[in-house]
Design a protein around this ligand. Structure first.
Ligand code: TYM
Length: 346
């Protein structure tokens, strides 16, 4: 296999407000990767259209997620930060990939089943083909690494399947055009750490999510100190004190979740957290968690509020990012057109 330049790509949907799961499972890790590889971070506004969103809310959401990226520490002079709709190559490649992906593959996507619910006939076709657009987001840049939470794992497997099938179906054309044996990399998901799957504060078996009707199920990055404290205090727990080993957390989803959250916020392992808190009652442990959450999330929230008043700055960051992203994606998509044989391509 030919060598690919290491490049990180990831995206966040601008629907609802960002929550602790988005931060710990994805955005905090985006920041860490910034110093290790070339990074491209995208506010995926076209994805947000798959579920009806009022235009004003979408516009606010795009700027809100961008503010979240910057407040968390992404540096636009270093990483490329932009919104998906401004780089038309994503949509073009998605069409070509929708002719590579198989209906059977999409039928297996569990997130579609969850989001479409019982009324599947009435879901948008975009919601169904959503993972194809996601593959296009990633491969338009030949990204080699994608940091995401665990819920995106199946979509990344599909991205690899699409890359592999494209490489195989067009192998002769790829070789003839001097690309060696493969055109697209088989992208590596970067999933892991104690917060790869942050769970609802109301039910430790359900993912923390923007769409949960209960606001008490999640900590939003825009929540103030009192709200954060109240949500943690009300979080569901069990009647036992914290155990000594991680193994003993296995059958205690709520305890495991809170331990994972404090570990991720303090860059510790769950083992280290238990070493410090074993034997503690939840009332005590929750107070410690409130202190950490407020200390870590308070400055982030303050910066998001400041940036909410700096719309021109946000828009300029996105415009500059889109220009830089296009410079990478454009020649790749032109080459894809040549490989598949559409006329007009060189
Ligand atoms: P989205 O917008 O639902 O979530 C953004 C990121 O946050 C992670 N995440 C979580 N991590 C841990 N615990 C949770 N409870 C939790 N909830 C969300 C998600 O895994 C994700 O990393 N399809 C994607 C957006 C996307 C994308 C891409 C991602 C579009 N194109 C290309 C990577 C590469 C999504 O809906 O994420």
């Amino acid at each position: 296999m030919s060598a690919f330049k290491e490049r990180v790509f990831s995206g966040v949907q601008p629907t609802g407000s960002l929550h602790l799961g988005n931060y710990l499972g994805a955005i905090k890790r985006f920041v860490e990767l910034q110093s290790q590889m070339d990074c491209i971070y995208c506010v995926v506004d076209l994805h947000a259209l798959t579920i009806a969103t009022p235009p004003d809310e979408l516009r606010d959401g795009i700027r809100g997620v961008t503010a979240g990226f910057l407040a968390a520490g992404l540096d636009p002079s270093h990483s490329i930060i932009f919104n998906q709709s401004q780089v038309h190559e994503h949509a073009e490649l998605a069409w070509i990939f929708s002719c590579v992906a198989r209906v059977g593959w999409l039928n297996r996507m569990t997130q579609f089943k969850e989001k479409a619910g019982k009324d599947r006939e009435n879901a948008s076709a975009g919601l169904y083909t959503y993972p194809v657009l996601m593959a296009a987001d990633i491969l338009a840049y030949k990204a080699t690494h994608v940091p995401v939470g665990e819920d995106q794992k199946q979509h990344l497997e599909l991205t690899r399947d699409i890359a592999q099938k494209f490489n195989t179906d067009y192998s002769a054309s790829i070789r003839a055009r001097g690309h060696g044996d493969v055109f697209f990399p088989l992208t590596e998901p970067l999933i892991g750490g104690p917060a790869a799957r942050v769970m609802s504060l109301r039910d430790g078996t359900k993912k923390m999510s923007k769409s949960d009707p209960s606001d008490y199920s999640r900590i939003n990055l825009t929540d103030d100190v009192d709200t954060i404290a109240q949500k943690i205090k009300k979080a569901k727990t069990d009647p036992h004190p914290l155990p000594e080993t991680v193994k003993e957390l296995e059958a205690r989803p709520e305890a495991e979740n809170l331990v994972g959250i404090i570990a991720a916020l303090t860059d510790a392992t769950p083992e280290q957290v238990l070493k410090q808190h074993a034997g503690a009652q939840f009332s005590q442990f929750k107070s410690a968690l409130v202190d950490v959450a407020v200390e870590k999330l308070g400055p982030l929230r303050a910066e998001m509020i400041r940036l909410a008043h700096a719309q021109d700055h946000i828009d300029a960051v996105l415009a500059d990012g889109a220009r830089r992203a296009s410079t990478i994606a454009h020649p790749i998509i032109e080459e894809v057109k040549g490989i598949v044989g559409v006329v007009g391509a060189k």
